[in-house]
Write a protein that binds this ligand. Sequence first.
Ligand code: PLP
Length: 383
Amino acid sequence: MRKNTKYIHAGVHPDPSTGAIMTPIFQTSTFVQASPGDHQGYEYARTGNPTRNALENAIAELEGAKYGLCFGSGLAAMDTALKMLKSGDEVIASDDLYGGSYRILTKVFSHYGIKSHFVDMSDMSKVKEKINSSTAMLWIETPTNPLLKLVDIQAITDIGKEHKLINVVDNTFASPHLQTPMALGADIVLHSATKYLGGHSDVVLGALVCDDADLAEKLYFLQNSCGAVCGPMDSFLVLRGLKTLHVRIDRACENAMKIAHFLKDHKDVSRVLYPGLEDNPYHALAVEQMTGFGGMISFDLADESMESAHKVVSNTKIWALAESLGGVESLIGHPASMTHGAIPREERMAAGLMDGTIRLSVGIEDVEDLIHDLDMAILSLKK
Ligand SMILES: *Cc1c(COP(=O)(O)O)cnc(C)c1O
């Protein structure tokens, strides 16, 4: 099956009892047994639910992995992956991480004796410098949020493998449509399915996939033991979202490229971060590692103040000022005061996330409307 066919058919089969083409929402907590242990594969819905299992199989198949597990959120998925570690272990993570991922490492797992280092993963020597006998996991995000830096997945997972580390790639920004980290050496791929996989801003859900049976067994054990599973209705919504993943992302990429060029030519904009631009430092790697440049753009106004950024993000009419990304509707955000508010200012500035950086999640509306709306909001600074 080719990729564009898989989005429609992966993981799902007509319901055997009725022939329903869409996977039913199995809204049940338990499953009747004929005699103790005599059941049809399901006992209790934390352990397994057919709607969730269909989604788990679909996401695994799209990522080119054998095993899939779904959770109540992307962070619940991350929590589960991190629980494979023990006190004393260390994690090396990207220095330009999703704010919530940074928070769970520094404010939650730090209390359980798990130490995290944050490094610029575009520089392999910085990663190697931090590896010691306690290092157990590499936490890789690419493209990063919100600076759209790319990490060379093959190069970094090679280092991880050499040191027997668990390589985890957060593939939320790219989605399996643009990038499949399992093929580039990842041991585990994480998704906040809340974003592109769901795609309609109506559900919060997370996923992990992996290929190794031992790793899968550990993750299933944690999924069942800690219980951060997603419900059947939410699983259904993401299953439905997956069916249009390719169409939505292709349009978002197309729109984003036009918007990136518009911003680049705008005299009131000083910096545009989009890997699709030929002068972007990650352009060559993006061409090699991804099949498209994605729907996320960040930019700085020439006037770098927080006030101006606040004014622009508050003055758009089509772009909604909101956290999150990856939905059909376009969103605008101010990372320093929203998604990345938890990161200390000096640390964030050192990583290149400025007071005035604005982030766009490009949706699938008419691109001329999106450009006009941004133009008007930037013009509002002059009033
Ligand atoms: C949103 C997001 C998460 C967290 O996912 P939730 O579903 O919000 O818990 C993790 N990583 C990235 C890159 C994200 O954008």
